[in-house]
Design a protein around this ligand. Structure first.
Ligand SMILES: [Zn+2]
Ligand SMILES: [Zn+2]
Length: 324
């Protein structure tokens, strides 16, 4: 099969790899398309150190089963299956979790074929627009973030960052019943998309004009984004850190202690939340049609990575089509 192999910082090539062979309990999948995630881009440039030379990346995927051609998506979080976190269905909290597209030893989705545990393969309606299947993973990240922030009716929410995870978080906040949802984003093209989705798009410099919010979903994850979120929120607000832009941040301690804000982390989703998000996507909620900017053939994927990483391509979500 052909696969996209990460050889080192800014070095991605299309190469032949042996076809994966399913073990007991695994399913062989023909990948239809896989989304390029911000974490793949940071891995590609070498910024986050969470990708390793020689590996195949790819965790936002839609596929067809090799035997029956059924349309499916794949939950990339694989728990050990044998600890209290896994027993509770919170595989994202398993200390021995492995993530498809991150762990180099695991079959991953920038390839023509992959194998995945049957428990991680989530069926979709066969007539769903295929590209929607690749959106389930990032949308599940947003759903979990909104749940971690306990977003509910009456909450005013600020999402910091209007990229794919910010868009997903805003859509999830709306599903959860938040009354006012603003998204701060420096890029004009992303603000236009946020606006099309029906959210208030704000330039970061204009946040002072916003009514203080009760929940912040920080889809950037930097000192600056946390500072913006703290400044824009009420005393007692919940701040959810879901973006992973910087490994270290500095915080204004008194805005947390004396103003009783809570800061909670958010990573991936539970298996139940992933399945719930797949069911929501299967219902074709309005807005999804705006989320995929571009789809590129496999051979053009290295160039798409290079253009996205350099900022030359200011797209939101780009999918790689994985079949010839
Ligand atoms: Zn991702
Ligand atoms: Zn476990």
């Amino acid at each position: 099969m052909r696969a996209l192999v990460f050889r080192g910082p800014s070095d991605l090539v299309v190469a032949d790899r042996p076809d994966p062979v399913p073990d007991a309990g695994e399913v062989l999948l023909r990948i239809v398309a896989t989304g390029i995630c911000g974490s793949d881009l940071h891995g590609y440039t070498g910024e986050n150190g969470r990708r390793h030379p020689g590996q195949v990346m790819g965790h936002e995927t839609v596929a067809r089963t090799a035997d029956t051609g059924r349309l499916v998506t794949v939950n990339p979080v694989m728990g050990c299956g044998d600890c209290p976190a896994c027993a509770a269905g919170t595989e994202q909290l398993c200390a021995r979790r492995r993530v498809i597209g991150v762990d180099p030893s695991v079959s991953s989705a920038f390839a023509e074929l992959m194998v995945a545990p049957a428990a991680n393969v989530v069926p979709l309606p066969d007539d769903l627009p295929e590209e929607y299947g690749a959106l389930v993973e990032p949308l599940a990240v947003g759903h979990h973030a909104a749940l971690r922030g306990q977003v509910g009716a009456g909450d005013r929410v600020l999402v910091v960052g209007g990229g794919p995870i910010g868009q997903a978080a805003a859509l999830a906040a709306r599903r959860a019943g938040a009354t006012a949802i603003a998204v701060s984003e420096p890029s004009a093209s992303r603000r236009a998309l946020v606006d099309r989705l029906g959210f208030a798009a704000v330039e970061p410099g204009a946040l002072a004009d916003l009514d203080p919010v009760t929940v912040v979903l920080d889809a950037v994850g930097s000192t600056a984004s946390l500072r913006d979120g703290l400044a824009a929120s009420t005393l007692g607000a919940r701040i959810v850190l879901v973006g992973m832009n910087a490994p270290q941040v500095s915080l204004s301690a008194y805005e947390i202690s004396t103003q009783e804000r809570s800061i909670v982390g958010s990573f991936c989703y539970t298996s139940r939340e992933f399945a719930d998000t797949a069911a929501w996507v299967a219902s074709r909620p309005p807005g999804l049609e705006s989320l995929v900017d571009d789809q590129v053939p496999f051979d053009e994927a290295p160039r798409a990575f290079a253009r996205l990483a350099s900022g030359e391509l200011d797209a939101s979500k780009v999918l790689v089509r994985c079949q010839p």
